[in-house]
Design a protein around this ligand. Sequence first.
Ligand code: HEC
Ligand code: HEC
Length: 234
Amino acid sequence: MTKTPASLLLAAVLAAFVLPTWAQQPAASAAAPAASAAAPAAAPKAEGAAPVALVKPDLAAGEAKFGAVCVACHGQGGNSGIPANPKLAQQHADYIVKQLQEFKAGKRQNAIMQGMAAPLSEQDMRNIAAYLATQKEKPGFAKDKDLVLLGEKIYRGGNQARQLPACAGCHSPDGAGIPSQYPRLSGQHADYTAAQLTAFRSGARTNSPQMAAIAAKLNDREIRAVADYIAGLR
Ligand code: HEC
Ligand code: HEC
């Protein structure tokens, strides 16, 4: 019986204070301009990231864009024939998107690719990446017989004494990588792979602290060896 008066009282309080406050909200327009004043600052990010993530990648649009611009350097279907330009065929889509975002943001620095990524929207990146992931990579081959054994040793076993982890541990034994976490390496041009390892080591490529720490443990000979081994991996 004591509850009824209490809830009646509560209802009266609600009626007296809360409801009139709500009723005032639309009239008291102070809240609305405040919200829209904050919106322009937040808008560019929200438009770029949130809604696009929900949109399915468009393979045909990705192929068209790749064919119009990127093919000149990265080859048909992303199978670059130029050792300095990476093969992109069969690379995991998430990795490609990450690199394009980071070129655009200046987090990964390369004069050519920063210029190429700048005009791409999030949707363009996703489209191109999804298209490339469906392309089959043309296998490469190791060239340096003297070094390839050293390369294999590093790739498969690392070096325990120097706490160098095996590349295979993350990039998988056949170099196919693990989608969304670890990029595909197998078949890549040795020149490109060696250049990236050198860049991670020197701090020129700063978009992966993990790889920077690993590359710091490799000497030039080991970089050439493991890059050559990776080129022949399949
Ligand atoms: C003028 C030549 C050129 C053009 C055109 C070009 N790229 Fe590149 N791309 C390069 C070079 C060189 C690199 C290696 C950059 C480095 O050393 O960091 C690269 C690297 C990349 C990478 C990083 C690959 C990896 O394994 O980390 C991606 C992704 C990429 N390009 C995508 C594209 C896309 C998409 C386009 C078209 C919009 C494009 N590129 C156009 C030359 C080019
Ligand atoms: C602990 C996990 C891990 C290990 C072990 C590892 N990597 Fe990586 N590696 C990564 C990640 C993560 C990336 C992606 C970096 C990024 O997002 O830019 C990467 C990227 C790379 C790239 C750049 C690929 C490209 O297309 O530009 C090369 C080359 C590479 N790793 C070589 C190696 C070699 C060689 C070894 C062994 C000596 C090795 N990695 C061991 C995690 C690892």
